[in-house]
Design a binder for this molecule. Structure first.
Ligand SMILES: Cc1ncc(COP(=O)(O)O)c(C=O)c1O
Length: 407
């Protein structure tokens, strides 16, 4: 996708708009599977939460990728996209037993992350194989909101609760067929994965009927030119060796699973927005775009960095701009960033807009959520229409109201 392609998409589908490059998603998928090609059976489950458009799920399915889901709705989207339930894992946190039971009926792999639900589920469905999410108590991840494996985290069953966990398994007679962990997002040090994997291997020894070990995700992708990223090839080499040694000691070949979100789709996405206004104050030049944190909340929520290019004037003189939204709250995408000279009406392209971007969009300020386009085989394909005023009203009820009587 070059600038001309992106400008053509903005012209045809309007702005703001999300555009995803299928080729980049495929490249990332192939790179990961190649790095682990020496593993007997590798399963990649794409973390649907990152970007849940059904055409993206269908595309990943066509590559051979399964799905990691966190809600029954994500499971249903996956099934609707044609994904085999045997290739879907469901890893909820804090959901009801009822929902887990409903998902069980859909035939997907259940992953449980707390002892209370494990005991209840095991007592009622001892024949359903269950994976267990372990909390290895490792501090990892780019910031506190995406760091989920530490001691204070709500995720997973503490590794120190293993005796209790084993008593539940024995009492209920349930079958544990997988062990899982996910310690956070944006982990750049592969030593963190390796340390956590040793803990997982230790935990796994307690369960004789395992079919797979799931190492979660958290691969760091680059956000700026020259940025560090997880060295997938080195991780592949080192983890494969340890995994194969584990399987040899365990006495059986197991499946190795990952569930990347960002790694597969972050860099594939561009968010295109139009500059409505250039506003000069005493200290700053603001470029105000036709969007806000209702469409891309990551910079305000996580402090995440998105490269911003003026694709309408890519070779213009570099000037400093603070790029802001139109929301009636402070919604700064970038402060005093060098961008080629902006004129009102120009289109800005935000990078790393594939993961946790559209999927976190809302209707705040009663704005429409944007269209989504998949760039596939050199052509733009609309995969979600921009919302309309009817969408805003769809589930609202207008009731008859009369002035209340004043006594
Ligand atoms: C259980 C689980 N697996 C996988 C992911 C995907 O992480 P990432 O997008 O960093 O690859 C997440 C992210 O929140 C998660 O909670």
């Amino acid at each position: 996708m070059n600038n001309q392609d992106l400008l053509a998409v903005a012209k045809e589908y309007g702005s703001p708009v999300y555009v995803y490059d299928a080729e980049k998603i495929e490249f990332q998928y192939n790179r990961l599977t190649k790095a682990f090609s020496k593993v007997n059976d590798l399963r990649i489950h794409y973390a649907v939460k990152a970007l849940s458009n059904i055409s993206i799920l269908k595309f990943l399915n066509s590559l051979g990728c399964g799905l990691d889901t966190v809600s029954i709705q994500e499971v249903k989207l996956g099934l609707e996209a044609g994904v085999d339930p045997a290739r879907i894992i469901y890893t909820p946190n804090g959901v009801s037993l009822e929902e887990i039971e409903q998902v069980t009926k859909l035939g997907v792999q259940i992953n449980i992350d707390n002892l209370s639900i494990l005991e209840q589920f095991g007592s009622r469905h001892p024949d359903v194989p269950v994976c267990i999410r372990i909390n290895p108590h490792i501090m990892a991840g780019g910031n506190s909101k995406i760091s989920v494996g530490h001691v204070d985290s709500k995720f997973g069953i503490s590794i120190h609760q293993m005796p209790h966990l084993l008593r539940i398994v024995e009492n209920t007679g349930m079958n544990i067929n997988g062990i899982h962990m996910h310690t956070g997002s944006d982990i750049l040090d592969i030593e963190v994965f390796l340390r956590a994997s040793e803990i997982l291997f230790e935990a796994a020894k307690n369960f004789p009927d395992l079919e797979f070990l799931d190492f979660g995700s958290g691969f760091k992708v680059p956000y700026r030119p020259g940025d560090i990223e997880t060295d997938i090839e080195e991780l592949g080499e080192k983890l494969t060796e340890r995994f194969r040694n584990f399987c040899r000691d365990y006495g059986r070949e197991l499946t190795l699973a990952f569930e990347p979100g960002k790694y597969l789709v972050s860099e594939a996405g561009k968010f295109l927005a139009r500059v409505n206004v250039i506003k000069q104050t005493t200290s700053t030049v603001f470029a105000g775009i036709d969007s806000g944190f209702n469409h891309l909340i990551r910079p305000m929520f996580y402090g995440s960095h998105h490269e911003i290019h003026n694709i309408s004037n890519p070779d213009g003189k570099q000037r400093f701009y603070s790029v802001v939204g139109y929301i009636c709250e402070t919604d700064t995408f970038a402060s005093n960033r060098r961008i080629s000279e902006i004129t009102e009406g120009d289109i800005l392209a935000f990078s790393n807009a594939g993961a946790y971007a559209f999927s976190m969009a809302s209707n705040f300020n009663s704005r429409y959520r944007p269209a989504e386009v998949l760039w596939y085989n050199g052509q733009a394909h609309l995969i979600r229409e921009r919302e309309t005023f009817d969408d805003l009203l769809r589930h609202q009820k207008i009731i008859d109201l009369e002035p209340q009587k004043q006594d």
